[in-house]
Design a protein around this ligand. Structure first.
Ligand code: F6R
Length: 608
């Protein structure tokens, strides 16, 4: 996720672009850049790191001009660096991009074949070259962009500026947002509304497949076929902080709702549904090396550790590779049996968690391979690993992890299917089936999100309970633990997550009529067993809240039965996570705690 902005009007563009980028810094903050048409020539300024570095560079060398574009980056392709920062330039064209161009490697190869030289490692630079090539061959600016869009696949919000066409910006959209704001003799462009609110409240959103031509005195929208589209304005009444949260009350809720998009971005470009295969882009090992792996050690902390527990099921059952899971803080001080055929798989949203990072040195000394599943590009963990499977969740601002978790599960599923195909435990048709199910997952998540009102209501009813128990079996017992952790973290209520069958060995003593018990009962191979555990709770007076995809079978004795959409066995943990996140969120809201910054917690724990 990146932030993009554009300005055309009568004022100095650079300060407006900078101020707008500041409002979008939550979308990315590893590098930033700006391009302004200054005295008839493109002036580009980019810098690595936070926006303040760009501000400093511009203070030292100001750029004057009344049309320009800007970008704040959250790296996906190419590490955070000045060269990879946007805008990207080819000839007289500059572009800023939010999204992922899936077929950029093929396009880059073709361009290299035609003698084009690249300055960066990004997917975006390909787009700049494609447009520039067409302009060089005589195409008009807008037509060159339209033709280029036919060649690229993926998600994008793009803003182009052309030195030889100084009065307009060209915009294009597919799957990632872009909004146009109208002022008096000036027009603004941004990824999100907060960037515009200091200048205008009159906005309009582009739709997928649309292209827009933006000038100081207004704009024109064209559909996929180049036909003009009528577009009316919306008046925005939000205040700026609320807008930064996209209209949501908290970042956590916003991030919960971003999950269909984040999951799509994580598998996008990595799957070949036709061949039932997965492109393990982050692994720098050849097929022979990957076949050789005899054990996977998953190491992580907190929520990421829960993802690792689910990953163990996926890797052992799908890829048929023995796997074990450790907390980072434990792994570093024990003597795990690592060898040159072991793979250390570290999972971390931030890539900066000290205990997780400590596993790297241990594995290095034993000659093991090291791969991480990480959200922050070029984080310490990413740099120290041999390979990285990035989750493309975008920045996670809320301390309680939500979209990072479900994208970690998505990446683990991709890894399990990819390794399974490579090692022969998954054949083509099974691979196709797995990937078909994955492609449908974002829709299922959207359906699960519709349970929001039910969980808001349930949270109101149960917010006074002093303890909660969460139960699940198989690869859903870590989800019970994750549900309990979310509740603890943000509502400060004591909660335990347990494998349902383990309850009778201790926690059952806690059950009475004051104890709400959330039970995950999907219709899987554990269904009858978990039903048995449910009865054990009910017969002791516990208040059961059942989450299931098979609601018909539950007796009226359950306090509440809530239905989640059906999905396949290995993706059910992701679907079941959504209601548990919503429940924890609403309990915290109704108890009045600080949801996004709960007491005593830090977003990344960089100390032991
Ligand atoms: C829980 C949470 C923490 C983190 C843990 C690891 O909501 O956010 O438990 O999951 O501190 O952090 P990362 O994934 O950054 O290594």
């Amino acid at each position: 996720m990146c932030g993009i902005v554009g300005y055309v009007g009568g004022r100095e563009a650079a300060p407006i672009i900078l101020a707008s980028l500041k409002k979008l810094e939550y979308r990315g903050y590893d590098s930033a850049g700006i391009a302004v048409l200054s005295h008839g020539k493109l002036a580009v300024c980019r810098s690595e790191g936070k926006l303040e570095n760009l501000e400093l560079a511009l203070r030292q060398k100001p750029i004057s001009g009344t049309i320009g574009i800007g970008h704040t980056r959250w790296a996906t392709h190419g590490r955070p660096s000045e060269l990879n920062a946007h805008p990207h330039r080819a000839g007289e064209v500059v572009v800023v991009h939010n999204g992922i161009i899936e077929n950029y490697l093929d396009l880059k190869e073709e361009l290299l074949g035609r003698g084009v030289k690249f300055d960066s490692e990004t997917d975006t630079e390909v787009v700049a070259h494609l447009v520039n090539e067409k302009i060089n061959k005589g195409a008009e600016f807008l037509a060159a962009v339209q033709k280029t869009l036919k060649e690229i696949d993926g998600s994008y919000a793009l803003v182009f500026l052309n030195q030889s066409d100084p009065k307009r910006l060209i915009l294009a959209k597919n799957s990632t947002p872009i909004v146009i704001g109208c002022g008096d003799g000036e027009t603004f462009v941004a990824s999100d509304i907060p960037a515009l609110l200091d200048y205008t409240r009159k906005v309009t959103f582009l739709e997928d497949g649309e292209v827009a031509e933006v000038r100081a005195d207004g704009f024109r929208v064209l559909d996929r076929k180049g036909k003009a589209v009528q577009r009316s304005f919306k008046e925005i009444a939000w205040d700026a902080v609320a807008a930064q949260k996209g209209g949501y009350r908290h970042f956590m809720l916003k991030e919960i709702h971003e999950q269909p998009r984040a999951i799509t971005d994580t598998f996008r470009g990595r799957i070949s549904p036709k061949n039932g295969d997965v492109l393990l882009d982050g692994l720098p090992f050849g097929p022979a090396e990957l076949r050789e792996i005899d054990k996977i050690h998953l190491v992580a902390c907190g929520t990421a550790w829960h993802a690792a527990l689910v990953g163990k099921f996926m890797l052992e059952e799908i890829a048929q590779i023995p796997a074990e899971v450790d907390y980072g803080s434990e792994f570093r001080y024990r003597f795990p049996l690592l060898g040159s055929r072991s793979l250390l798989l570290l999972i971390s949203q931030s890539g900066e968690t000290a205990d997780t990072l400590a596993g790297v040195n241990l594995a290095r000394s034993k000659g093991s391979r090291i791969v991480s599943i990480c959200n922050v590009v070029d984080s310490s963990l990413a740099r120290k690993s041999d390979g990285v499977l990035y989750t493309h969740a975008g920045p996670e601002i809320s301390v309680a992890s939500t979209k990072a978790f479900t994208t970690q599960l998505t990446a683990l599923f991709l890894l399990a299917v990819g390794l399974g195909r490579l090692r022969g435990s998954v054949n083509v048709s099974e691979g196709r089936r797995f990937l078909r199910e994955l492609i449908h997952l974002p829709k299922k998540i959207e359906e699960a999100l519709k349970l929001e009102n039910d969980f808001d209501q349930l949270a109101r009813e149960l917010k006074g309970a002093a303890n909660f128990l969460y139960l699940g079996r198989g690869l859903n017992y870590p989800i019970a633990q994750e549900g309990a952790l979310k509740l603890k973290e943000i509502s400060y209520i004591h909660a335990e997550g347990y494998p349902a069958g383990e309850m009778k060995h201790g926690p059952i003593a806690l059950i009475d009529e004051t104890m709400p018990v959330l039970v995950l009962v999907p219709k899987d191979r554990y269904f009858q067993k978990t039903m048995g555990n449910l009865k054990e709770v009910e017969s002791r007076g516990g208040k059961t809240i059942v989450l299931t995809d098979e609601p018909g079978t539950f007796a009226a004795s359950a306090f509440r039965v809530l239905t989640v959409p059906k999905t396949s066995h290995y993706l059910m943990p992701i679907v079941l996570t959504i209601p548990l996140q919503l429940f924890a969120y609403y309990v915290a809201v109704h108890r009045g705690t600080d949801v996004d910054q709960p007491r005593n917690l830090a977003k990344s724990v960089t100390v032991e």
